[in-house]
Design a binder for this molecule. Structure first.
Ligand SMILES: C[S@@+](CC[C@H](N)C(=O)[O-])C[C@H]1O[C@@H](n2cnc3c(N)ncnc32)[C@H](O)[C@@H]1O
Length: 266
């Protein structure tokens, strides 16, 4: 099995994922499922399921027994299996999906394509495992502008540690994070009737600590960068981040935009 480079950043602090990006997953999943036109009775595959935010939302539409899910991270697969005991949840990468051709009515990947080692192969595999006229759908953050939590964080990082941040900054180094790039990938692997668009979600935080807590644990690329800093740099980054979000007192909300692509296999 290919060990995806991106997967490694999600092996640490699995319990923190829910407080990091996981809290965006249900709202995003609802939008992606609607964009993909998932219907009751479909057999569906969640590629890069993480702890199962999309898989759980899919189960609500098609029934748990009609859901399969894969992820290369064993701790995430364990959490997803526990949430959906009737689903078929396996350790695997998108690039080597362990299913025969034409197994599903739809294959969906939420916030995963940009972490694939070989996205053309991964989305090509999604196309292979859906039936003729089956649906392949995916979404990625609008890293450059629309994902407030990460944009404000990287702005703060540039302010505090400008010499060290460039190679980590997801706004410039994440692929497939524009609508054109994502829909282009869908067309490149031979999908038809490709459509793209925006998915907008808003999430609530109890206070700034609720937002900050996952970062020092090393979760995701932003957390990996945070965990690499010296304690005084971390403190300065935290303070700059808080300022950039308006120094919220108590609860607040952040908006986030993702781009999606949906296409049909032939
Ligand atoms: C940002 S998380 C998204 C998880 C979940 N889809 C969600 O919406 O909460 C990215 C996920 O992609 C997985 N991943 C990384 N590389 C992958 C690959 N090559 N194939 C499949 N999944 C991969 C990671 O293990 C992680 O669970």
């Amino acid at each position: 099995m290919t060990d995806a480079k991106g997967a490694a950043t999600f092996r640490a602090a699995t319990d923190m994922y829910g407080r990091f990006v996981g809290r965006y997953a249900p709202g995003l999943a609802a939008g992606l499922i609607e964009a993909a036109g998932v219907e009751p009775g479909w057999r569906v595959l969640d590629v890069g399921c993480g702890p199962g935010g999309l898989a759980t939302a899919l189960a609500g539409v098609v029934g748990e027994e009609n859901v399969s899910a894969v992820d290369p991270s064993p701790p995430f697969v364990s959490v997803c299996r526990a949430r959906l005991p009737l689903a078929d949840v396996r350790i695997a990468t998108a690039e080597e999906l362990p299913f025969p051709d034409g197994s599903f009515d739809g294959a969906l990947a939420q916030l995963v394509v940009n972490f694939m080692t070989d996205a053309h192969r991964g989305v090509g595999e999604m196309r292979r495992v859906v039936k003729p006229a089956g649906t392949v759908a995916g979404c990625t953050w609008d890293y450059a502008e629309g994902m407030t939590m990460l944009c404000a964080y990287w702005d703060a990082a540039h302010e505090v540690v400008p010499d060290e941040v460039q190679e980590f900054d997801e706004r410039s180094n994440m692929r497939f994070s524009t609508e054109d790039e994502l829909t282009g990938l869908w067309r490149d692997v031979g999908l038809d009737d490709v459509q793209g668009g925006a998915l907008d979600v808003t999430v609530a935080y109890e206070d700034f600590d609720d937002l900050w807590a996952p970062f020092p644990t090393g979760i995701g690329p932003a957390g990996t960068f945070c965990a690499s800093l010296q304690p005084e740099q971390q403190r300065a980054l935290r303070a700059a981040y808080e300022r950039r979000l308006g120094s919220p007192e108590g609860g607040f909300e952040l908006s986030a935009r993702a781009w999606y692509a949906v296409g049909r296999a032939t």
